[in-house]
Design a protein around this ligand. Structure first.
Ligand code: SF4
Length: 140
């Protein structure tokens, strides 16, 4: 199933990961898939489907144990629920550019630390730099 002819499904916290991703990931297969998804989202004009489940990114991830089951299940459900709570995300379709614009306009450094603080990629990828407004980063 090609990624180009389908609506991309994303779990809530992947609205952040797709913005912070900078080419590093769990395995070669993960990076190939993640790069394809991220390139399409960053350069295209996609409508996406939010799912409270494993998604188009999880599907090539070595951490995925099964349908709606990640090796770090407690963590990823916590990240999802914080994104849902902070930004009122629902299980429905959104225009990717519009929803990340809305999230980024509200995100503070403090909120981002609260959501992503114990993620192993947070200090490695460009998440905070790409998402939090410059003025807020400078005031920290
Ligand atoms: S670590 Fe878990 S939530 Fe993240 S992409 Fe892999 S399977 Fe999905």
């Amino acid at each position: 199933m090609g990624v180009n002819d389908n609506v991309i499904k994303l779990r809530p916290h992947h609205l952040l990961c797709t913005q912070g991703y900078s080419g590093k990931g769990y395995s070669e297969g993960f990076v190939d898939n993640m790069s394809t998804v991220v390139d399409r989202l960053r350069n295209g004009n996609d409508e996406i489907q939010i799912v409270f489940n494993t998604d188009n990114i999880c599907r090539s991830c070595p951490e995925k144990l099964g349908e709606n089951l990640c090796k770090s299940q407690e963590k990823v459900l916590r990240y999802d629920s914080k994104v849902v709570k902070y930004f009122g995300i629902e299980e429905k379709n959104y225009h990717y550019r519009e929803i990340i614009k809305e999230i980024d306009s509200k995100m503070t450094g403090e909120m981002m630390d609260d959501i992503c603080g114990d993620c192993g990629w947070y200090p490695i990828s460009a998440c905070k730099r790409n998402i939090v407004k410059n003025s807020d980063l400078e005031s920290e």
